[in-house]
Write a protein that binds this ligand. Structure first.
Ligand SMILES: [Zn+2]
Length: 263
């Protein structure tokens, strides 16, 4: 069995171990998440637990060419701050940390970076971070994605059982059952207690892509959307397998499309 059959996790290596393997590493994945409420259904660390495990599995499938950087546990989660336990960084701090982490790894010779996000609220800020990284650092490749964007659309549709999903819902809870079982609060799974805003005006906002910085308690009284009681581990496995297959294929193509030109 290869030394990295369980994934090539950079923070688990000594520096001589890293030096030995470094020229075989083509791409560094940066898991990012959030510590935020997920209703009564999931623990606060769901988003970083899921994105880290997703990256680890992708790295294991593609080792030793794909490595995983230390996970970034904090995200931009102002909209969940009315629920106890949520922690948020400012967008500026979040962006700065990502840029400095990539600058450090670039300093050590890594050339391709892909942020792999687990929290929708991080998307605007991580998109700024990759522009700054490209302009200020100048690595061969930098990109950002969310692990939940890689499932085949028909598989996603099949496992969304209710109309208003997207957080601590049946889809995310199914994924948690497969990727991060300890975060699932099996005894307290509950449907979202949706407000009129969610079933009404929010559908128009989504239809037209209009952004409004509502707090999450304006959407749901218990912090969840959808119906987590309809989550199953079988659904989670199907979603994760589809996502990982698409993601690993994408990583290989990314490496092919962006050759590193040595000076
Ligand atoms: Zn989440």
């Amino acid at each position: 069995m290869s030394a990295f059959a369980n994934g090539l996790i950079l923070s688990n290596l000594s520096w001589p171990e890293l030096s030995e393997i470094q020229d075989q590493i083509e791409l560094v994945l940066l898991p990012v998440g959030s510590n935020e409420q997920h209703g009564p259904n999931l623990a606060m660390d769901m988003d970083i637990a899921a994105s880290s495990e997703f990256c680890r599995r992708a790295s294991a499938a593609l080792q030793p060419s794909v490595a995983v950087a230390p996970p970034m546990p904090w995200g931009v989660s102002f909209h969940h701050m009315n629920f106890p336990g949520t922690i948020t960084l400012s967008s500026e701090t979040f962006i700065q940390v990502l840029v400095e982490v990539m600058a450090s790894l670039y300093h050590h010779g890594f050339e391709r970076f892909l942020i792999v996000n687990g929290h929708g609220g991080n998307i605007p800020s991580m998109n700024v971070a990759i522009v700054r990284a490209k302009e200020e650092i100048g690595m061969t490749f930098v990109g950002a994605c969310s692990y939940f964007g890689f499932a085949d659309p028909d598989i996603r549709a099949k496992h969304e059982k209710t109309e208003h999903t997207g957080h601590a819902c049946e889809w995310e809870t199914s994924v948690a059952m497969e990727l991060a079982p300890p975060v699932v609060k099996k005894n307290t799974l509950a449907p979202g207690e949706l407000t009129d805003l969610t079933t009404g005006f929010r559908t128009q906002l989504q239809k037209y892509g209009v952004q409004v910085p509502y707090r999450f308690d304006e959407f749901t009284r218990n912090g969840a959307l959808g119906d987590a009681t309809q989550a199953t581990v079988e659904a989670g496995r199907e979603i994760v397998e589809s996502s990982l297959q698409n993601f690993t294929g994408f990583c290989q193509e990314l490496i092919r499309q962006h050759p590193v030109h040595s000076a």
